[in-house]
Design a protein around this ligand. Sequence first.
Ligand SMILES: Nc1nc2c([nH]c(=O)n2[C@H]2C[C@H](O)[C@@H](COP(=O)(O)OP(=O)(O)OP(=O)(O)O)O2)c(=O)[nH]1
Ligand SMILES: [Mg+2]
Length: 315
Amino acid sequence: MSERVIEVVAGVITDKRGRVLLSRRTPNRDMPGLWEFPGGKREHGETSEAALARELDEELGIRVTVGAPLIVVPQRYPAKRLRLDVRHVAHWEGVARGREGQALAWVAPDKLGRYSMPPADLPVVAALQTPDRYLVTPPPGDDDAAWLQSFDAALRRGVRRVQLRLPGIPGDRQEALLREAQIRCRLHGAQLLFNGPVDVALAAGAGVHLASAALQACTMRPVPAGIPLAASCHHAGDLAHAVAIDCDFVVLGPVAETASHPGEPGIGWSEFARLRETCALPIYAIGGMAPADIPEARRHGAQGIAAIRSLWSPD
Ligand SMILES: Nc1nc2c([nH]c(=O)n2[C@H]2C[C@H](O)[C@@H](COP(=O)(O)OP(=O)(O)OP(=O)(O)O)O2)c(=O)[nH]1
Ligand SMILES: [Mg+2]
């Protein structure tokens, strides 16, 4: 396989009603019939902004102002490697038409999953739909009330996805904390995943987060579709297994050294991006991560960051 990476830039064009424009690949291209964010290959010497403006003029007949970066997805397909750089389009002039005979669709963000898209677009859709931070809870010590207050505070600061992880806590106390946590998450519209027995999670109406050993022990998806399922991954084998059992998203790391494992270097961003190429799932970077790392995480194909300390207590 050629190691040359094809640089592709694509735009998230949003109308006044918040709908996003998708374009359908025509029968004469690769991946015919799949829906994508309009855009195309960056030419030699061109900036991403110039390439996107040129492509959207050629394909749609609109003149755009390129806005904020959303995510860069490194992705390996059977016959090629690409880096999909996705930008928001801040403003545009003209009326978008399929100038190359392609069908167009304006789609509400929560309906994007109904359209078949190339694998590289899964992380893009996740970046548009789901939280960029995933709180992993620290152990409660001996004061559950204080722990629940901190849990509330994290939700008030905007955390919307939580992994409840309570190692070494007896089952009945875990279940009580899970129930209390679930009440608080419902109040804030946050998603809760329990890192523990599947039946306990389901009874509480929570999703399931599989530790890497539990992931390896699963031969099929342990929860019905619609119940969130995530897993902790450390290497390519874990990622492949998470795809095989149909996880909704995963956590990969450690990316940097963590306070809990001083002296152990993380895998770093380039290895993170290399692993992400092989797997079309939303991936949170974990290990020494804080909200300030989210832009860099997004540039390496991450959904965002997963963390204990930096998301539990500010600063
Ligand atoms: N535009 C776009 N391309 C995507 C997306 N997702 C994804 O995997 N790709 C892939 C499909 C193609 O292999 C590559 C883009 O190449 P392309 O063939 O559309 O490039 P182009 O618009 O410059 O067209 P062409 O003249 O080279 O045919 O990136 C996406 O959301 N938008
Ligand atoms: Mg194109």
